[in-house]
Every structure is written in C-alpha cells, then in structure tokens.
Design a protein around this ligand. Sequence first.
Ligand code: HEM
Length: 350
Amino acid sequence: MKRLTAMRQVVVAGLLGLGMAFAVQAQQAPAATPGSMPGIQSQNVLDLPKAAQEQIARDQTQPQNNAPVWREVNSTVEHYSAIKTPEAGVLIQQGGHQWQLFRNGVVTVFGGWLLAIAICAVGVVYLIKGSIKLHEGASGKMMLRFTRLERWSHWAMAYSFVILAVSGIIIMWGRYFLLPIIGGSAYGPLTLMLKNIHNIVGPFFTISVVVFFVLYVRDNIPNVRDLQWFLAGGKGSSHRFNGGEKLWFWFGVTVLGVVVSASGWVLNSIVPGIDYFTREQMQLANVVHGIGSILFMAMAVGHIYIGTIGMQGAYQGMSTGYVDENWGKEHHDLWYNDVKSGGDHRGQRA
Ligand code: HEM
C-alpha cells in the first residue's frame, strides 16, 4: 500500500508538472498556434503526444483549463514512471470507480440484507418450532460421535471463522452501525487492529479447512439417500451425516472455504510465486471475497443455530465427543445401527 502511495505521488507530481508547464508556456505565448510554440523550441509541437498537443491548444482558448491532461491521466494508458513495477505509470485506474460503487453499493446493501434475513429467519424458526427435542428423551447411555482430533479441527475452524466474521463485519459495515456510537478516534484504531487480526487469522482458517476436509470427507460422500432426505423436507434415514450436513460440508466448507481463502490470500498478497497483483486483480479478489464470505456467514448462521439452541443434544456431541444413544437413533438411524452392529465411531467395520 505504501509502495502504491509513493508511486502515485511520483506520478501525480510528474503529471501536475507537465500540466503546469503547459499552462505557463501557454500564458507566455498567448498567440501561438500548434507547431510554433515559443516555449517549446527544442521540440516541434507536432512531435508531442496527442494529449499534449490538445493541452497546448486548450490553453490558447481556455487558460488554466488542463482537462486534456487529466483526460489522459484517467485513460488507463500506461504513462512514464521512473518506478518500474507493473502499472506504476497508470495514475488513475478507471475500474477503481466501478469497484467502489459495486463494493459500497451492491455488496454492502444486498449482503447486509441477506445476513439480516438469515438471522431473522432462524429467530422466526426458533419462535415457531422451538428446539428439536428427543422424542424418547435421553437414555443416559452415551456413544462416541467425534474423536478429539475431529472436534479440535472443527473448533479450530469455527473459532477462526467467528473471529474473521466479526472483524469482517466491522470492516464492511462498522462505519454504519459502530462509527456513530464510538466516534472516529476509537473506530479508526479499532478497525485497523481488526484488519490486522483478520489478515493474520485468515491463513489459519485456510489450514483448518484443509485439515477438516481431510478428516470429514469420507463420511460426506453424497448418495441418493441425501436426495430423499431433502425431498422429505429434512427428515428420514441417514448414516453419519444427513443431506443438509453434506450440503453444508460441500457448498459451505469446501466451495466457499476455497473461494474465500483463495481470494483472501490474494488480498493478503501471500500467493507463493506471485509478488505483484494489479489493482484490477485486487478489486476482483475483493468482490469475490466479500460475496463469498457473506454467503458463508449466512449459511453459518443456520448451522450455528441448529448446532446450539436449534437441536437438543447436538452441541454436546461436538463439545464432549459423545451423544446420547437416543439422539443417534433419532437423527442418524443408519449410523446408529452401524455402530451398534460392530462399527467404529464412524460406523465403519475394521
Ligand atoms: C461457532 C459455532 C459453531 C457451532 C456451535 C457448531 C456446532 C456443530 C455441531 C454441534 C456439529 C455436529 C453435528 C452432528 O453431530 O451431526 C457440527 C458439525 C459441523 N460443523 Fe459446526 N459449529 C459451529 C461453527 C462451524 C463453522 C464456522 C463451520 C464452517 C466454517 C462449521 C462446519 C461444520 C461441519 C462441516 C460439520 C460436520 C457436518 C458434516 O461433516 O457434514 N461449523 N458443528
């Protein structure tokens, strides 16, 4: 960022100098016509770039008006810069304006609504349905559902996700709901700190997703029973994970995990082998990251609901590793049968 700012200052200074030189020359030579400028004897005006010629001509008719220079600056054409990094000669990148409008408009507004709707929806479901209780009540007999490694990898992913979600929400919407309350002198440093935390926690989240994927993928292979589970409105037989959990695993953790991680690594500029991203690439990564993470958070709201207050006994499984046998029987009957007929905690026979 610092490098970009310094580059911009150099290019701005150069271009302003160019514009001013044209203006001064024009004032010194009020009656000159292109091709016979007294201030530019060493170089024929016709040899100058078109924009410079236009500027010289404009100064004759409207002194001080350097619109042609700025039109050229805003043309995304690469101009001279002593700095040799890619794009250093592009002072104003036009796409930046579109990106800003899209990010601060479409993404922020529709994304904000989506999250608000997701939160309200689980609230309404809870009010109408309440917590899903065990029909037969707890048996008191427990069975292993998640090993310690499986639980730790879930919680590593969940904690890092929540830190990223909270800091991301403040980075994206904090100016609307937090800035008016705590004021700029607190909001500025807080957001800067959260942004740095976000940048550091992001790569850990990616690593936790990879570990989680490796541990859980075997029991998330889709089959026709998952379709039946959806068609029956979220009911029916299932092995260790049901259709809804598999959708969350594949579309949530896997697809959105990859999309949000990959775009995040680009934004962090830590992609191995690539040490420079253009402004356009960063804007694209930003929009992909924003949309992906908003979808991810909206889905996570539903998952966290069902994993806590939405279903009796589910949280216990992920916190202690054990669930009540009646929970197993009622929510994952085929898995329960597999375990009871000699399978391990995944329901697999040796
Ligand atoms: C932070 C609060 C969270 C809570 C309370 C929570 C709770 C739970 C519980 C109770 C289970 C076990 C469900 C079962 O026994 O079938 C579970 C599984 C799972 N959780 Fe979470 N979770 C949280 C966050 C997350 C996040 C942020 C993600 C993804 C980024 C996630 C992804 C998963 C997945 C994929 C499974 C297993 C389902 C499968 O493999 O199909 N969880 N979670």
